[in-house]
Every structure is written in structure tokens, then in C-alpha cells.
Design a protein around this ligand. Structure first.
Ligand SMILES: Nc1nc2c(ncn2[C@@H]2O[C@H](COP(=O)(O)OP(=O)(O)OP(=O)(O)O)[C@@H](O)[C@H]2O)c(=O)[nH]1
Ligand SMILES: [Mg+2]
Length: 390
């Protein structure tokens, strides 16, 4: 396991990333398992395993009768009761080991899941995903992948049903999360320098903080970084970036509040070229996707500065709103990918699951806290492990 994965497990693990969604997925696994057990208990003859049916039936017939428990008490009792039903609610005391034997015969049986068996649990899964703010087309895609993996699958009763359901869910989640995976580190390594990266998004989502985190991430990997104070609109925005610059010991290029953001960023690029800096990280003012003037201004910044990467920043806790905003920003100026912040405060996880699928552009990083190291390079497998692991 690579270093960042280890550290992010520690940091996020304690905070219970997306724990409500995790609970719901585990509820789905349980409901399918129960469905399989119900089907097994309700519809198959108990004794009749291909290897030793006659012997087992013969042994049971020859033993004296005692009453056994009814089928409602618990799951293992339900399995036991299902075989008891077939032997007319009776087993023989002198051959009590036969109960275990018959039970193991049931556990060796196979149930084949059909669409009808899955209808109810899959409906439950779709509802759980929607309640967790997973976008509708994404929830539908997950449900349909899970369904096609499970329908017709032969399952041994009571053995590793959970594994079967888990691997179906795992594959479905990985499929939606792995849309256009993009390796940020490789891109930075190979792109001509200076690499120009512009950060955009609505107000207060964590753009400036993410710039500081990415600056530190790059500095730690040996790159020289310049910051461009392209938010010339909000009072205090330039000072906020300067504070990060001082803490991280990075040059900040700035103009006055009210100045032209494209001009500041252009100057920062010129500075980087002149001083052989590797990367320019450019801040911009928060803007609503519905504000046409500000969206036009953003298009102008992109036209003038020609960024190599355009990163959309939004907060995971905004759920479907974040996904919708990402879609609209991407329509206006094609983004390279997303940084999803504040995942440490998001129990639902729906935006993290949906945003890459809906925009067709990958998540690059997750923000998992307010400090500089609280930035996790996005890895679909890591996220799926968080959602389905113990
Ligand atoms: N918990 C948590 N807080 C975060 C994260 N990222 C940013 N924040 C906090 O979110 C708040 C807003 O962050 P900024 O970086 O100023 O957001 P911005 O998008 O630049 O805001 P504007 O410039 O006003 O549009 C700050 O209090 C940050 O500390 C994160 O991953 N987790
Ligand atoms: Mg800002």
C-alpha cells in the first residue's frame, strides 16, 4: 500500500467517512442474504443432496420422534427448521447428530437467484442510494450492474452469500467511480512547465484552502510553486492567499482588490516562466453557475490564461447540488476534474459517487479536513474499500 493511502486510512478512518451510506450498503447485503435463506427454507426439498440423499433420509426415518422448534426464532433455527418441516416437524433423539448432518446438507445446496427474488432488495438499494444523494442515473446504473451480476447466480445457502453480494456491489461502484481516471502526479510530471492550474467553483466551497493543500502536496514532491491571487473580488481573499503563501514559503503574485483576475494570473505565469517555476496555482472568486456575468468572466480568464488544468472545487456535503453545479460549470468551461472538499463532514457520500459519472470527468482529490495534509489523492478502490470494508 502506498504512503498516502496509509495516511488517509488513519486520518479519515477515525472520522467515519460516508458512514450512513456504508450502513445502508451493509443493510442491502443483509437483505439479499435473508432473501436467499428464505428461498432456501421455503422452496426446496431438504434432503436430497446429490451425494448422499438416500442414506440421510433413511437414517432420519429410522430414529424416534421428538418435536423441534418453529421456523421463526433465528436464522440458524430457520435453516434447521426448514429441514425439520420436511421431516414433518420431527427428529429422533438417538440420532441428534443427524440434525447437524442434515443442516450441513442444506448449506451445501445451491439456490439460483432470479429477478423476482432481487426485486425487493434492489428497490431497497436504489432507495438507499437516492437517500444518500447519489444522482438518479448513477443509482440506476449501480442497481442494474448489481442485478446483472446476481441474477442467475448459483449460490450456496448460508455460506458466502455476503461475499457474492459484496463483489457485485464492489464491481458496480468501481464502474461508476472509475470514469476517465486521471493521474494528477503523472500529468504534472510530464506536462511542459510551468503547469498552469486554475481553480473554480461556487463561494465558500474550499477553493483557496485546496490551492494551499495542493501547493504543499506539490512542494513535498519537489516541485516549485507560485500562487496567483486571482480572487480580486472578495474582501480579504488576497490576504487569505498571502497567509498561505507565507506559511508555505511560496511566492504570491497579486494585484489590487477589484483588479482584472485574468491579468493577475497572466502575470503569475510570466513570473513562473522567468523564474523557472514548475507550477502556477491560480485562485478565482467564488461564483454561482447561475450568474451569467461571472460565468462569462470565468470564460474570459480561461481564454486569456489557457490553463493546462481547470479544477472544479465543490463540497461533498452539498450532495446533489454539488453534482449539478459540476455539470453546469463543465458545460460552460470544460473542467479537467473535481476536488471534492469537506468529505470529513459528509455521511452520505452521494456526491463522491456521482460527480465523475455525471460530468464524465474524474475526482482528483478529496479534502478530508482543514489542515494542509488533509488532501487525499482520489482512488476508486480506496473509496470502495471504505464503503464496503469492515
Ligand atoms: N472540514 C473541512 N473544511 C474545509 C475543507 N476544505 C475547506 N474547508 C473549510 O471551508 C471554509 C472555506 O474555505 P475557502 O478555502 O476559503 O473556500 P473558498 O472556496 O475559497 O471560498 P470563497 O473564496 O469565499 O469563494 C474554510 O473554513 C476552510 O477551512 C475540508 O476538506 N474539510
Ligand atoms: Mg477563496
Amino acid at each position: 500500500m502506498s504512503g498516502w493511502r496509509g495516511s488517509c486510512r488513519n486520518r479519515v478512518g477515525a472520522k467515519g467517512l460516508f458512514n450512513k451510506l456504508k450502513e445502508k450498503l451493509s443493510g442491502f447485503k443483509e437483505s439479499i442474504t435473508n432473501r436467499i435463506l428464505e428461498k432456501a427454507a421455503g422452496s426446496i426439498p431438504v434432503i436430497g443432496n446429490r451425494s448422499e440423499p438416500a442414506a440421510a433420509q433413511q437414517e432420519i426415518k429410522s430414529a424416534p420422534e421428538i418435536p423441534v422448534k418453529t421456523p421463526s426464532e433465528n436464522r440458524s433455527d430457520a435453516v434447521q427448521a426448514s429441514q425439520a418441516g420436511t421431516v414433518r416437524e420431527t427428529v429422533r433423539p438417538s440420532r441428534i447428530s443427524l440434525v447437524d448432518k442434515a443442516k450441513s446438507l442444506i448449506l451445501e445446496r445451491e439456490v439460483i437467484l432470479d429477478e423476482k427474488d432481487l426485486e425487493e432488495p434492489l428497490w431497497g438499494l436504489e432507495m438507499a442510494l437516492l437517500e444518500s444523494d447519489v444522482a438518479l442515473p448513477v443509482a440506476e446504473e449501480i442497481v442494474s450492474s448489481v442485478k446483472s451480476s446476481l441474477v442467475g447466480s448459483r449460490k450456496k445457502i448460508g455460506s458466502d452469500t455476503g461475499d457474492l453480494v459484496e463483489s457485485a456491489l464492489r464491481a458496480a461502484l468501481l464502474k461508476v467511480l472509475s470514469k476517465n481516471v486521471f493521474d494528477f502526479d503523472e500529468f504534472i510530471k510530464n506536462a511542459p512547465k510551468p503547469v498552469k492550474i486554475l481553480f473554480v467553483g461556487v463561494n465558500g466551497t474550499g477553493k483557496t484552502t485546496s490551492i494551499a493543500k495542493v501547493a504543499r502536496y506539490l512542494r513535498d514532491r519537489g516541485y516549485s510553486v507560485v500562487l496567483a491571487a486571482g480572487d480580486t473580488f472578495r474582501a480579504g481573499a488576497i490576504e487569505q492567499l498571502e497567509t498561505h503563501g507565507q506559511r508555505l514559503d511560496l511566492k504570491v503574485i497579486k494585484h489590487k482588490t477589484g483588479g482584472d483576475p485574468a491579468a493577475v494570473i497572466f502575470d503569475a505565469i510570466e513570473y513562473a516562466k522567468a523564474h523557472k517555476k514548475d507550477v502556477v496555482l491560480a485562485d478565482t472568486a467564488g461564483r454561482l453557475h447561475t450568474n451569467i456575468n461571472l460565468m462569462d468572466q470565468m470564460k474570459k480568464i480561461v481564454r486569456v490564461t489557457k490553463p493546462d488544468m481547470l479544477i472544479f472545487v465543490d463540497e461533498a456535503i452539498a450532495g446533489n447540488d454539488a453534482v449539478e453545479r459540476a455539470r453546469l460549470f463543465n458545460e460552460s468551461v470544460p473542467i479537467t476534474g473535481t476536488i471534492l472538499t469537506k468529505t470529513d463532514a459528509d455521511a452520505k457520500g452521494g456526491s463522491a459517487i456521482s460527480i465523475a459519472y455525471v460530468t464524465g470527468k474524474p475526482i482528483l482529490f478529496l479534502g478530508v479536513g482543514q489542515d494542509y495534509p488533509d488532501l487525499v489523492k482520489f482512488d476508486p478502490e480506496w473509496l470502495v474499500e471504505r464503503l464496503l470494508g469492515d
